[in-house]
Design a binder for this molecule. Structure first.
Ligand code: NAD
Length: 324
């Protein structure tokens, strides 16, 4: 077992987190991750209304008695979302762990922490990590340029971002973006983190509630298969580089506005990809770690493999590298 401040703080067996994933972070996946001894998150905005989120939390509880949390991403959306009401649903449901992302969580902290919730803030830069720590969050998920979804605008990969953050951040920090196997976990520990957050890797698991064609695409694609959209709007998003993503980038270069591009990048269309396996129907998030995904295990197989291989690597190859 690998024990860190993060596993202790959140009462989990393994230092592995399945973070928010729009349309993917549903009860089937989150409960399977929790049952495997890792920390799973339901994605709040995947549920169309706060009432639906309450039901999804209840459904997840019926599938696991282990801790799990809810992700709340606070970013521009095509249709405005009532963030305050989503927080009410989280608090009223007795959730004790929340992953915030996308924006400064400070205004939301008193309500959540007042209800005994521990908050992990996902951010993409050292300066945002420092302000989240000052604001009083309990832990940081530091998200490098490799990540799926929103990598921020600084483009700093994790080999530099994580140790730079670890130099100044004192609260437990996990590494996010590019992590998919035991080598990543060992590297994250070496770089100053206390665990890893994985999104894309968990999409290629038996329990992920998405079409098999999406999972097979993750297995078949390499590390060059993603694309960055919405750069011109300073809301960069890393997605799978399909024809829709290429079209969106082309429209951006033509100077089109979010109102004009919105219909093709809409999450509602991406949802259809996950549900039907029509891989060119919309955009869908994917990180560069797709170059490291070669199979579709259960969540338990994946988590146990990562931890056991990481232990073997630390005890074996790394320990033996020290000259006598
Ligand atoms: P959506 O359909 O509302 O929007 C589609 C894309 O356009 C998103 O990337 C969104 O951020 C962007 N967008 C919308 N309005 C914009 C504006 N005015 N200016 C610039 N960009 C704009 O998004 P959705 O698929 O329903 O997802 C809901 C939210 O969750 C979005 O903000 C999305 O970016 C975010 N998200 C969350 C996760 C997660 O893991 N929690 C993953 C991916 C995206």
């Amino acid at each position: 077992m690998i024990k860190t401040r993060f596993t202790e703080m959140f009462g989990i067996k393994h230092p592995i987190v399945q973070g928010g994933m729009q349309w993917v972070g549903r009860a089937e996946l989150t409960s399977a991750v929790a049952n495997a001894g890792a920390l799973g998150f339901l994605t709040g905005l995947t549920q169309p209304t706060p009432e639906d989120l309450r039901k999804e939390i209840k459904r997840c509880r019926e599938m696991t008695d282990k801790p799990f949390g809810v992700n709340l991403t606070i970013l521009p959306t095509l249709v405005p979302r009532p963030y305050g009401e989503y927080i009410d649903a989280i608090v009223d449901s007795g959730i004790k762990i929340v992953e915030t992302a996308g924006n400064n969580p400070k205004p939301f902290l008193p309500k959540m922490q007042g209800a005994g919730i521990k908050v992990i803030h996902k951010c993409t830069s050292v300066r945002h990590g420092i302000s989240a720590e000052k604001a009083g969050v309990d832990a940081i998920s530091m998200d490098g340029f490799e990540c799926a979804g929103h990598p921020g605008e600084d483009d700093v990969p994790n080999l530099v971002l994580l140790p730079a953050a670890a130099n100044v951040i004192k609260i437990p920090m996990i590494a996010s973006g590019g992590f998919a196997d035991a080598r990543g976990l060992v590297a994250a520990l070496a770089l100053g983190c206390e665990g890893v957050n994985m999104g894309t890797r968990f999409m290629a698991t038996k329990e992920a509630p998405i079409h098999d064609k999406v999972k097979q695409t993750l297995v078949d694609s390499d590390e060059r298969s993603t694309a960055l959209i919405l750069r011109t709007m300073r809301n960069t998003s890393r997605v799978f580089g399909n024809s829709v993503a290429k079209k969106a980038i082309e429209m951006e270069h033509e100077g089109k506005t979010i109102q004009e591009i919105g219909p093709i990048v809409a999450g509602a269309k991406g949802r259809v990809v996950y549900e039907t396996g029509d891989m060119e129907h919309g955009i869908w998030s994917a990180g560069t770690c797709i170059g490291l995904i070669n199979d579709i295990p259960t969540c338990r197989e994946l988590v146990e493999r990562i931890v056991s291989e990481a232990e073997a690597m630390i005890r074996g190859r790394l320990a033996k590298a020290i000259a006598a």
